[in-house]
Design a protein around this ligand. Structure first.
Ligand SMILES: Cc1cc2nc3c(=O)[nH]c(=O)nc-3n(C[C@H](O)[C@H](O)[C@H](O)COP(=O)(O)O)c2cc1C
Length: 202
C-alpha cells in the first residue's frame, strides 16, 4: 500500500513520452464520448498534464465532472470563461503541446475543415499552433458521405492527423466503418508523436 507521505507523482509513469506534456483533449458530441474518459485517465496515469474542452453536445453524453476528476482540472466549455481573461481559446491553445479531439463528430470535423469558430473547441482549433490529432466516430452512412470525406481530405491536407475510424459494431446497431479507435490505440499514437518530439530545452 502507498504510504500517505508518498508524493502522488511517484505513482505516475514518468518514463512515458507524454509525461509532463501539455495535452488538450477536445470532446465533441457523439455516443463514443464516454471513451474519452478512459483516454483522459490513461494520459493522466502516464503523467501527462491534461486539460479537457467539451462541446455542448458532448455534455449530453458524458458529465464534465467525470473528465474533471480524471484530468484533475475543471473542464472548459465556454469561450467566455472568467478564468481566462484573454479568451479561453487563446490561453488554452498557447499552453497546449497537442490538441487531440476524441471523439470527433462530423460537425466538429466540418467546422475545423472550413474554419468556423462558433464555440470554444472550433475557435481553439483556429488558434492552435501545436499538432492536432482527431479521432472521428460516427454512423457508417455519415462517415461515407462525400461531404464528410471531403472534410477529412481537407484536414489531412491541412496537416491534421486522423486516427481511425475503424470497422466494427456501431451504436446504431449495425456494423461498418465509423467506430472510434480504442483509447489504447489513440494513446499509442500520441505516445509515438511525443516520442518523436522531445520537449524543447529552455
Ligand atoms: C444519440 C445521438 C448520437 C449521436 N452520435 C453521433 C456520432 O457518433 N457522431 C457524430 O458525428 N454525430 C453524432 N450525433 C450528432 C451530434 O451530436 C450533432 O451533430 C451535434 O451537433 C454535434 O455537436 P458538436 O460537434 O458541437 O459536439 C449524435 C446525436 C445523437 C442524438
Amino acid at each position: 500500500m502507498t504510504s500517505p507521505e508518498t508524493p502522488s507523482d511517484q505513482r505516475l509513469d514518468s518514463q512515458s513520452p507524454v509525461a509532463g506534456r501539455a495535452i488538450l483533449v477536445g470532446v465533441s458530441g457523439g455516443v463514443a464520448a464516454y471513451k474519452a474518459a478512459q483516454f483522459v485517465s490513461k494520459l493522466a496515469q502516464q503523467g501527462a498534464n491534461v486539460s479537457v474542452v467539451m462541446t455542448a453536445a458532448a455534455e449530453k453524453f458524458i458529465q464534465p465532472a467525470t473528465l474533471a476528476a480524471l484530468s484533475g482540472k475543471s473542464v472548459t466549455h465556454s469561450l467566455f470563461d472568467p478564468r481566462f481573461p484573454l479568451g479561453a481559446h487563446i490561453e488554452l491553445a498557447r499552453q497546449a503541446e497537442l490538441l487531440c479531439v476524441t471523439p470527433a463528430t462530423a460537425d466538429i470535423l466540418a467546422k475545423f475543415a472550413h474554419g468556423l469558430a462558433d464555440d470554444l473547441l472550433s475557435t481553439l482549433y483556429l488558434c492552435a499552433t501545436c499538432p492536432v490529432v482527431v479521432a472521428p466516430a460516427m454512423n457508417v452512412e455519415m462517415w461515407q458521405k462525400p461531404a464528410v470525406q471531403r472534410n477529412i481530405a481537407q484536414l489531412r491536407e491541412d496537416g491534421v492527423q486522423i486516427v481511425g475510424p475503424e470497422e466494427g459494431w456501431l451504436s446504431c446497431r449495425t456494423r461498418g466503418a465509423g467506430r472510434l479507435v480504442e483509447p489504447e490505440k489513440l494513446l499509442l499514437h500520441v505516445n509515438e508523436l511525443f516520442a518523436s518530439r522531445p520537449p524543447s530545452p529552455n
